[in-house]
Design a protein around this ligand. Structure first.
Ligand code: URA
Length: 218
């Protein structure tokens, strides 16, 4: 697992240990039957000290093979967007999914699988206390909206907007966008997807009309 800033940042030391512990617990999880069909669990990876989290739906074939999130075709697009549009190295943000196991044949997650797996995403959020959460697609957006008490309608309606919540000792910005796999499947959504990343960049740089700059957190 990549976690830069570990040695240099004392404040985060315990937090990173806690997160690593959660990753280890995920590797042993048998809370739903999906563990029986997978090659690898995919807990998440990246640098939580940036305060920026990207949340997808569930691992696909390549993610299952490697035990890492977003490393297949959708992952290549996501990585390109993070690096080219946001100007941040992928390893500097934290990336995870609602489900930590791949559903067979990439079928949609079942409500009972989401329910069983939610404990892990909740723990990750409570440890990281992110400043910016980018939700990728319907499943993670619906999950995050429910978690923060926001009203979810449909992804095409809520995407491209910034939602602010105050759950911890700071404001957290939630920015839903399309799932990169959906963008690959519907190239006509690419333009909106790119605009959403321009918005994400503005929020990160404190240029969106929001009360607090986030630029200090890099
Ligand atoms: N799709 C997801 O939602 N997550 C991944 O990690 C890969 C593809």
């Amino acid at each position: 697992m990549m976690m830069s800033g570990f040695a240099e940042n004392d404040e985060w030391h315990g937090t990173l240990k806690e997160l690593e512990k959660v990753h280890q617990e995920i590797l042993k999880c048998q809370r739903c039957p999906l563990y029986k069909y997978i090659t690898n669990k995919v807990p998440g990876e990246g640098d939580p000290t940036s305060g920026i989290m990207f949340i997808g739906e569930a691992p696909g074939r390549e993610e299952d093979k490697q035990g890492r999130p977003f490393v297949g075709p959708a992952g290549k697009l996501l990585t390109k967007m993070i690096e080219e549009k946001l100007g941040i190295q992928r390893s500097k943000v934290y990336i995870t999914n609602v489900l930590k196991c791949r559903p067979p044949n990439n079928r949609d997650p079942k409500p009972e699988e989401i329910e069983a797996c939610s404990i892990w995403l909740k723990k990750q959020l409570e440890i990281i206390k992110p400043r910016v959460v980018v939700t990728l697609g319907r499943y993670s957006t619906e999950w995050i909206f429910k978690y923060f008490g926001l009203k979810f309608t449909k992804i095409s309606e809520v995407r491209g907007k910034v939602y602010t919540v105050k759950k911890w000792d700071h404001v957290t910005y939630i920015i839903p966008t399309y799932h990169p796999a959906a963008v690959l499947y519907h190239p006509q959504w690419k333009e909106a997807f790119e605009r959403d990343f321009e918005l994400i960049k503005k929020v990160i740089e404190g240029k969106e009309k929001k009360p607090k700059t986030l630029v200090d957190f890099f």
